[in-house]
Design a protein around this ligand. Structure first.
Ligand SMILES: Nc1nc2c(ncn2[C@@H]2O[C@H](COP(=O)(O)OP(=O)(O)OP(=O)(O)O)[C@@H](O)[C@H]2O)c(=O)[nH]1
Ligand SMILES: [Mg+2]
Length: 182
């Protein structure tokens, strides 16, 4: 009987205390955006991910938070779409391949270009230095410097080193996203 009341209470609290967070995931191609979304929605890591064309939309419930996620393509021809998908979200997740320092200049340029759009003023930013399972990845301090994240002063900014392959730091990332729900 006690078990019944406990499940009923959980069901009821899920209705009354459920929250939502809408998130846009952007970044250069092959940085690991779709892998990130796959890992948080299904818990599944796979080497074989096809490059995204335009965008994917996914919805996932984590405890009492429903996350609506826009996974936007990163190839150059799709980057002009980023602003549209970031408009009105609770958080922007910018994924960087932290093991590919040759692309940091482009990643920095595209990030600052995106954030300069007045429609996105104040939207919290989470930068993920993905692929830290690879030996050549740079530490988070270096990523902050190379992407000039310290120059972003008009919004909350966080940066974590992570790996979708090993799921390193996924718990911290999910906590950060849940805090942006309403
Ligand atoms: N070693 C390693 N490889 C990763 C990791 N995350 C993603 N990858 C690989 O990186 C490649 C690109 O991953 P995607 O998730 O398709 O990248 P994307 O950012 O969605 O790319 P676009 O859709 O083209 O913008 C795939 O081969 C993944 O298996 C990681 O944490 N570690
Ligand atoms: Mg993708």
């Amino acid at each position: 009987m006690a078990g019944f009341f406990l499940s009923f209470f959980h069901w009821l609290s899920g209705i009354f205390f459920s929250k939502q967070a809408e998130i846009a995931v952007v970044g250069l191609q092959a940085s690991g955006k779709t892998s990130f979304v796959n890992v948080i929605t299904s818990g599944q890591w796979s080497e074989d991910v096809v490059p995204t064309v335009a965008f994917n939309f996914r919805k996932v419930r984590k405890e009492n938070v429903t996350m609506k996620i826009w996974d936007v393509a990163g190839q150059p021809k799709f980057r002009s779409m980023w602003e549209r998908y970031c408009n009105g979200v609770d958080a922007i997740v910018y994924v960087v391949d932290s093991a590919d320092s040759d692309k940091f200049n482009t990643a920095r340029f595209e990030l600052h270009q995106l954030l300069s759009q007045s429609s996105l003023a104040g939207v919290p930013l989470l930068v993920l230095g993905n692929k830290n399972d690879l030996d050549e990845h740079v530490p988070v301090k270096q990523l902050i410097k190379d992407l000039q994240l310290d120059k972003i002063t008009d919004r909350p900014v966080s940066c974590y080193s992570c790996s979708m392959k090993s799921q390193h730091n996924l718990d911290i990332i999910l906590k950060w996203l849940a805090e942006k729900s309403h």
